[in-house]
Design a protein around this ligand. Structure first.
Ligand code: PLP
Length: 480
């Protein structure tokens, strides 16, 4: 039995110059965005400021310290590398959303729901019974047992909100949560907002070349001695992410067994974020952490319809686990959002119900393997090291050899960030392909590990990836 968070018990159930290097490329329009504060002012005063000539001093309010501690006041990487800040023709391989739609037959589920009365109203907080049953069918016995849709599944507003609800349900102030670096950036604020303290254990890039390629490196590794040293009497939870964003690592059974041993020894909860579980390449084995001996009782598994069906805007996800972990999570999610949106739960249910007979996941996997091949070929040609992607839809490119001319005109908002922010900005503006600097996925003390890499997402159609691959060859001129 895991101790709940006491709060759960109380509530019951600059003007940018044209580039001197590529004057023919369409260039970014950044001058209006130099800080988050400036951005917010623009939004809040829109419409008012137009009719007022003298700028009015706005009243300010003290902001809760958790925003600062949770890194929520720093301009986030998604806003920096936002299409609005980049050249109009820039190919976006930055943020991990697809440039193609979810399957039409799954979307029909939502369309039908919107035509009904019930489909436009509140769903039960734990999710519609239809979706919970579809989730049970989808997973079958992969947890080593069949799931009980009443007590072992809770539908959430995307995986994000589900993870937030787990932390709200179980963290007391000062409880430590171990996360591997680089980490999906949302973990940090979600843990901190709920009083937790993230403890970082870095993954280590491999120096070995991956089989069958010239330049690509094998996936990153865990140093288990380091993991053990990170455990203290305050450790409450370990967060796993397999397949991993942004590294593309699929944890091996052996690695997961070592994590299981540590979790058992220290009586920890494990959150296994498996949102990319249907994107595991090269016939590699995917091990579900909760299916390891003894792990069901201490694990919450995280899933996302957004990743399964190329539908990141649906905001439908789920948390699976034993009733002792799911009941408090349901209590928390009920008080956070009450329920996830109804019509898109129907779309997710339709998707899960029909995917097998349509061979959807097999076809989708083959398409993603083809997309990965286009990007990896481009990196091989370019001659820059990258990490071989075992799963997910990201490739990490080592950008430490990229050099820009002295005095290059970078925007102010990149000051104080890792070197990778500048490299990714330079690549986006001079070559026309955007990516995400990986230091964003590290704590401040470890920025120097992450700043050698940029993350390229290949959840884009083949033609777009080909064009991006061609453009990236121009980077050769700027390599040390
Ligand atoms: C590792 C990981 N976990 C969780 C999420 C959030 O998923 P969702 O869009 O369902 O909230 C993402 C989204 O990028 C992710 O990469």
């Amino acid at each position: 039995m895991f101790k709940l968070a006491s709060r759960a018990r109380r509530v019951s159930p600059s003007t940018t110059k044209p580039s001197p290097l590529r004057p023919t490329l369409p260039l970014f329009r950044l001058s209006s965005i130099t800080s988050m504060a400036a951005q917010q002012n623009q939004q809040t005063s829109a419409g008012v400021s137009a009719s007022v000539s003298k700028p009015k001093q706005e009243k300010t309010f003290p902001v809760a310290s958790r925003l600062k501690e949770g890194r929520a006041l720093t301009l986030d990487v998604w806003s920096v590398f936002n299409a609005a800040n980049l050249p109009p023709g820039c190919i976006n391989l930055g943020q991990g959303y697809m440039n193609f739609p979810p399957p039409a037959w799954a979307r029909e589920g939502a369309e039908e729901a919107l035509r009904s009365v019930a489909g436009n109203h509140y769903a039960p907080p734990k999710g519609t019974l239809r979706l919970r049953k579809a989730i049970k069918q989808f997973y079958g016995t992969t947890f080593g047992k069949e799931l009980d849709p009443e007590t072992e599944i809770v539908v959430t507003s995307g995986a994000n909100e589900g993870q937030y609800a787990v932390w709200a349900a179980f963290l007391e102030p000062g409880d430590e949560v171990i996360i591997f670096e680089p980490f999906f950036d949302q973990y940090l604020p979600s843990i901190v907002f709920n009083g937790g303290k993230p403890v970082y254990v870095p993954l280590h890039p491999s120096t070995e070349t991956a089989p069958g390629v010239k330049i690509g490196k094998k996936t990153w590794n865990v140093d288990f001695a380091e993991l053990k040293r990170a455990i203290t009497p305050r450790t409450k939870m370990i967060v796993l992410n397999t397949p991993h964003n942004p590294v593309g690592k699929v944890f091996t059974r052996n690695e997961l067994e070592q994590v299981a041993q540590i979790a058992e020894e220290h009586d920890l909860i494990v959150m296994s974020d498996e949102v990319y579980e249907r994107l595991v390449f090269d016939g590699r084995e995917f091990t579900r952490f909760a299916s390891l001996p003894g792990m069901w009782d201490r694990t919450v598994t995280v899933g996302s319809a957004g990743k399964l069906f190329a539908a990141t805007g649906w905001r439908v996800g789920w948390i699976i686990g034993p009733p002792a972990l799911i009941k408090p999570t349901l209590a928390a999610t009920t008080r956070i959002v009450f329920c996830s949106n109804s019509p898109l739960q129907e779309a997710a249910a339709t998707g899960l119900e029909q995917a097998r007979e349509r061979g959807f996941f097999e076809q989708q996997l083959a398409e993603y393997e083809a997309r990965r091949a286009v990007l990896i070929d481009a990196f091989e040609k370019l001659g820059l090291e990258y990490t071989w992607t075992e799963g997910s839809y990201f490739v990490l490119l080592n950008i430490s050899r990229v050099r820009w001319p002295e005095g290059y005109d970078f925007p102010e908002m990149l000051e104080g960030r890792g070197r990778d922010f500048k490299a990714a900005w330079f690549i986006a503006n001079e070559v026309g392909v955007s990516s995400i600097p990986v230091s964003e996925f590290y704590c401040e003390e470890h920025v120097d590990i992450g700043q050698n890499y940029a993350r390229f997402a290949f959840c884009k159609d083949i033609e777009t990836l080909r064009r991006a691959g061609e453009r990236l060859q121009r980077l050769r001129e700027f390599l040390a």
